[in-house]
Unconditional design. Structure first.
Length: 373
């Protein structure tokens, strides 16, 4: 907390060789006198055209000297120092014009500045980087098809999966005995703190029950994972939340909710918004159409310079699949979304009249004014 506060007071908004600091510093080894941070490394008239590009810097706290760590133009962030003080782990990719690219995991030698990519062909976005206590590798989490689990990359390269499960599992810290702490959530369980024995990853122990009193005695809607076929042979993942006491012989009103981004994703975590609609007697459909993250670079970048396009096909394929079961009242179908979901909601009602109403929330409907403001 002291370090975070020091960064917020001492370097927030300060210029680092003409570049404004934009993210919090990395975790430091004991006794360190340096701050590590991500900063916009570009200046001049074209700076706004390179808004995604950033470099890593080190600042000597005592003297104020600044050292730029990364030299190749790109998007670099999440610097984390190894316990032995020799290596910095970080994520990112070299400069690209793609609207989306899955990040890679890199290791940099502090003494020489030499850097190497160790995540191979993993093709998912590493997050929550935490070094192993012996400095021989990095644990991290990654979103994959709506789930988040812990993975490990050794300093020699290669990624292996540590935990499995239909849940979202974050990673906060790791003890010397290889006991990790994080937060877990799943369809019917709001987030709670858990421990994970990294030597026996199946041993996940829940420590808190923050919302137990709120959910006691309440029946939640069942959540079904679905996969549908769409244009171009694409396979698209989605989920259907059914009302409590669901009767397959009845027909229910349907709400399709579309996520924003568009480079984002829905997941298997507890969602009170979706459960609220289910409790009111609605089928709630949510999907990850092309453009979503957690399925690799190609899937996420499928809508580059064509947005909306095939993502609309994916949404309609999911609706057709659920309607085809005979459980939907087709006169009471509704669509909504915010930001990127607002864009697609606008697109949906501009291309079909099958929905009775729409909630087009916080959309970007004019790209020129969006850039200008």
């Amino acid at each position: 907390l002291g370090l975070e506060d020091r960064h917020a007071v001492g370097t927030e908004g300060r210029q680092v060789d003409g570049a404004a600091a934009v993210c919090r510093p990395a975790a430091l080894p004991a006794g360190s006198d340096r701050l590590y941070l991500v900063a916009d490394g570009y200046r001049g008239e074209d700076a706004d055209l390179n808004y995604r590009d950033a470099h890593l810097f080190a600042i000597n706290v005592a003297g104020g000297e600044v050292r730029q760590l990364t030299t190749i133009p790109g998007t670099w962030h999440q610097p984390v120092f190894s316990p032995d003080g020799k290596t910095i782990a970080y994520t990112g990719y070299q400069k690209t014009r793609k609207s989306y690219r899955a990040e890679d995991l890199y290791l940099m030698d502090w003494a020489t500045g030499a850097s190497r990519m160790v995540s191979g062909d993993f093709d998912r976005d590493p997050g929550n980087l935490v070094w192993a206590p012996d400095s021989k590798g990095v644990y991290f989490t990654a979103d994959n098809a709506g789930t988040v689990n812990i993975h490990y990359a050794g300093t020699s390269g290669g990624v292996r999966t540590v935990t499995t499960g239909t849940h979202l599992l974050s990673l906060g810290a790791i003890s010397r005995s290889q006991m990790a702490v994080g937060v877990r959530t799943s369809y019917h369980k709001p987030p709670d703190i858990v421990t994970v024995n990294l030597r026996k990853p199946s041993e996940i122990v829940q420590l808190t029950s923050v919302n137990e009193d709120l959910l006691a005695g309440r029946q939640l809607g069942e959540v079904e994972e679905i996969w549908v076929s769409s244009s171009g042979g694409a396979r698209v993942q989605g989920w259907l939340v059914r009302p409590p006491g669901f009767d397959p012989a009845r027909q229910y009103p349907l709400v399709m909710e579309i996520h924003g981004g568009p480079h984002g994703s829905y997941n298997v975590g507890f969602n009170n918004f979706f459960q609220w609609f289910a409790a009111k007697g609605y089928l709630l459909l949510y999907t990850n159409p092309r453009g979503s993250t957690g399925y690799g670079t190609d899937f996420g970048n499928a809508i580059e310079r064509a947005y909306p396009s095939v993502d609309y096909d994916d949404l309609m394929a999911a609706v057709d699949t659920v309607v085809g079961r005979g459980i939907v009242d087709q006169k009471r179908m509704y669509v909504g979304g915010c930001s990127g979901g607002g864009v697609l909601s606008s697109w949906v009602i501009g291309h079909t009249d099958r929905f009775a109403a729409a909630a087009v929330r916080c959309p970007v409907s004019n790209w020129l004014s969006f850039v200008g403001h």
